[in-house]
Design a protein around this ligand. Structure first.
Ligand code: ZN
Length: 451
């Protein structure tokens, strides 16, 4: 009986089930119809370009050449309602002049719907939603570059082993991502302009967030040592966010006064934490009321963690215990009464973990490093203020990144929250992507996505 029951259930994910979910729950097709680019009367609509790239990310295609091939050999073209088959030159020409506003509006709408449907409830810390800010670098190159590239001098060795100095071109952005639960959508990203520091872009991002999401979209913001600055603290305060900021030795007075104070007394808490084959011996110190800086004596709370990490390693067939010492310091605006030092430590490590899971995951597993748009000289033209024709600013990288963030948020929610097959068959995210992609090769040509 059991076997019979099982045979009637779907055995793999189908694209129609994903599409129904994403259209009903998140208005994918409605959003697609809002997309715009700089081309005049194009044969292939911006909606088709957007949907092609969205599906490329959902299927985790390894390259844009692969998308090109899927568009000519599979039913993807019919599925996305494209007017005819098209190649990666059309994608590139459209994306270079893509309008970012409808993409940004869609990302905000997706995140609002995730929150409304309680997809962000799981993993809250003392009932609070937690976001983190981090930087990422993409597309570094010694040869290809565009108008908005950042530059730096780098020394490297040439073919003959001689040391040479060269200009390297790259792009860098700051992203804000929800990090408390399994579903980790990005809320927004901000690109660094040539010549500006990461903290400038971060402040611009923090100022923009409350306008698009409302200030209470999340409660706690986790920040890198780089952002341990008065303007950042003030921005957070204005928006009503609490912060946990990691502190490094370069954060001068505060670091030293905390270390001096804690050296004179025993730890406030100590415990052992086991994680798989790792054991942490943790000692915590915790104080409120240290002045942030000499110029800004606003009292802050400082938590210090001294950790001995023990792990077993195999050396020449033998199990050998190996231990390393680690020290962490955080400043926070969260009160001791509600958030123990152990909770602050967990929050602090979560930011560090997100360096490994956030952007890194996107660049490693989502084919994010494709520089195919980077130095795109072939762009739609427009007239400037003095009536001359000039290419539109290259927005290709920003557009592709936003489509990736939308696809990653929706795939993550589908896999972790919606799919029953994932739980039944213990599927990985990559396996789900492969099932959805396989469907597009098997489908009869008459099938088109539900509107
Ligand atoms: Zn560039």
């Amino acid at each position: 009986m059991k076997g019979k029951e099982r045979s009637t259930r779907p055995r793999t994910h189908s694209l129609p089930s994903f599409s129904t979910w994403v259209n009903k729950g998140f208005g994918l097709r409605q959003h697609a119809s809002q997309m715009r680019d700089a081309r005049l009367q194009p044969e292939i609509s911006p909606a088709s370009v957007f949907l092609a790239l969205f599906h490329a990310f959902v299927f985790r295609l390894p390259s844009f050449q692969q998308l090109d091939s899927e568009l000519s050999h599979s039913y993807l073209q019919h599925w996305i309602g494209a007017e005819r088959a098209f190649r990666d030159d059309t994608l590139r020409y459209s994306l270079c002049g893509f309008d970012l506003q409808p993409l940004e509006a869609m990302l905000v709408d997706v995140n609002r719907r995730l929150k409304r449907s309680k997809a962000l409830e799981e993993g809250k810390v003392q009932g609070r939603l937690v976001a983190a800010l981090d930087g990422i670098e993409v597309l570094s190159s010694f040869s290809r570059h565009c108008d908005s590239c950042l530059e730096r001098r780098v020394s490297r060795k040439d073919h003959a082993g001689r040391k040479i100095e060269e200009t390297q071109y790259y792009h860098r952005a700051v992203g804000c991502q929800m990090v408390h639960g399994a579903i980790k959508p990005f809320l927004a990203i901000e690109w660094l302009q040539p010549g500006e520091g990461e903290e400038t872009a971060a402040r611009r991002l923090l100022r923009r967030l409350p306008g698009v999401y409302g200030s209470r979209f999340f409660d706690i913001l986790l920040l890198d040592a780089l952002y341990a600055q008065t303007p950042v603290l003030e921005l957070a305060q204005q928006s009503g966010w609490d912060v946990v900021i990691s502190l490094k030795q370069n954060s001068r007075d505060l670091y030293q006064s905390a270390v001096r104070l804690f050296a004179r007394r025993p730890p406030d808490a100590s415990f052992t934490e086991k994680q798989a084959h790792k054991t942490y011996q943790v000692q915590l110190w915790d104080t409120e009321g240290l002045p942030f800086t000499i110029d800004n004596p606003e009292p802050v709370r400082v938590v210090r963690s001294e950790e001995v990490l023990e792990r077993k390693r195999f050396r020449q067939g033998q199990r050998v215990a190996h231990s390393t010492d680690h020290e962490w310091l955080w400043i926070t605006t969260l009160p001791q009464s509600d958030f123990s030092a152990a909770t602050i430590r967990q929050l602090g490590h979560r930011r560090w973990k997100q360096e490994n899971n956030g952007w890194m995951d996107l660049s490693k597993h989502w084919a994010f490093k494709h520089g195919f748009l980077h130095a795109c000289q072939h762009r739609p033209q427009r007239r400037n203020a003095s009536g001359q024709r000039e290419p539109v600013p290259n927005r290709g990288l920003a557009a592709v990144t936003l489509i990736l963030l939308i696809a990653a948020a929706l795939s993550g929610c589908f896999i972790l929250r919606h799919s029953k097959l994932v739980r039944r068959d213990r599927l990985t995210a990559v396996a789900v992507a492969a099932q959805l992609r396989a469907w597009i090769s098997k489908a009869p040509p008459s099938i088109r996505a539900p509107d």
